[in-house]
Structures are given as structure tokens and as C-alpha cells.
Design a protein around this ligand. Sequence first.
Ligand code: B16
Ligand code: MG
Length: 215
Amino acid sequence: MDLRGCIFDLDGVIVDTAKYHFMAWRRLAKELGFIFTLEDNEALKGVSRMASLEILLSKGNIHVTEKEKEELAARKNGWYVEFISGMKPDEILPGSVKFLKTLRKEGILTAIGSASKNAGTILDGIGLREMFDVIIDGNKISKAKPDPEVFLRGAQEMMLSPSQCIVFEDAQAGIEAAIAGGMKCVGVGSLELLGRADLVIPDLKKITLKQLRNL
Ligand code: B16
Ligand code: MG
């Protein structure tokens, strides 16, 4: 393929924030009177805040009004923001910085395509904001993954067509979004979960441009 741009999911690809989301959701579940496990948390990856809350509430068999949902989501986000406020560059996932530098050197554009409304805070905390030409996050989009909006906006702002872009994702919803947007995608994580991607790698440590151009 004629590779011109790479679009990265943030949580789980560039930085390991999944543990902080889990800690906050688990705390909320505990307050609501049930246990939320690490396994339950898999279904929340890449999913928007409100959709995540819906999944959590159905796990606990809890029914609340829309207004209460807003309040619960805000409570979870308050804890999450507190957890990520102390994030340091050493929480960047292995291989990310080196790979981003390689892309820059080769003139390939870089974008963030994240569902998170906290993406800016995280990028500032880990000092990576300037490594991305374009940042599309949960504040800029109206349709959550698996809708392709976030990645299509990324391609559009890089002034590229979807066929010139590759998406890097750790969540099934994100892989589906890339496919729906007509983009090649690389799953970062386990083959078992991300088998629908064009290529699955455990992390960004060993990925080469040659591998990507062959997709
Ligand atoms: P927030 P990504 C996603 O980020 C997370 O994977 C998901 O767990 C989270 O619920 C979602 O962002 C919304 O995050 O509550 O901070 O707006 O993986 O798309 O970078
Ligand atoms: Mg993710």
C-alpha cells in the first residue's frame, strides 16, 4: 500500500491507561454493591464513557435514571482524572516513541484517534503531544467506535484518503471501526482478541515500515 499516515488509538496502544479506567470502574461497581473483574473490563476497552457505564450497570443488574447515569459517569471520571494526573513518560508503552520517530523521519504523518475525552491531559502528561500531526479525541466526535468517524476525521485532517492510512488499535471495537472506514489496521495485543485485523503484533517494539507497506 501507499502508506502516508498512521492513526493511533491512545489507551492501550501508546500508553497503558486501561489499568486506571479499570480501577475507577471497579471502585464505582464496589460503591454500587457488586464486583467488577478484570475480565469484565475487556468489554469496556475502546468503548465510550457512557457506553462503558451501560455495560457496567447491566453487569450489576442496576437500573437508574438518565440523570443518575450522568452523575455516575462523572464520579468515575473524577477518579480516573485523579489517577492519570500523575502520569509520567515512563508509562508510555514500549516501542511507541521509537516507532513514532521512524515515521516522522520517513515523512509519514501521525494522528491520534481516541474515544477518550481525556486524551489531551494524557498526551501532555507523558509529553507526546508534539509527536502527532493531528489529534482526534472523544471531544471532537459524536459517534463512538465501532463507527469509523474518529478515524475518518483523522485521515481527513491529515488530508489523506482512508486507503493511505493504517490504524493501530488494541480493542475489537476499534478494529471494526478501521475496517468500516476502509482502512488497513494493525491489532496491538492478542491474536485471539484482534484476529480481524490485517496484522496483529504484541506491541510496537519490532514493527517495520516494510511490513506495513506490504499490507
Ligand atoms: P474517557 P481509546 C478509550 O480510549 C478507552 O479505551 C475506553 O476504555 C474509555 O472508556 C474511552 O476511551 C473513553 O474515555 O472516559 O476518558 O472519555 O482506547 O479510544 O484511546
Ligand atoms: Mg484503546
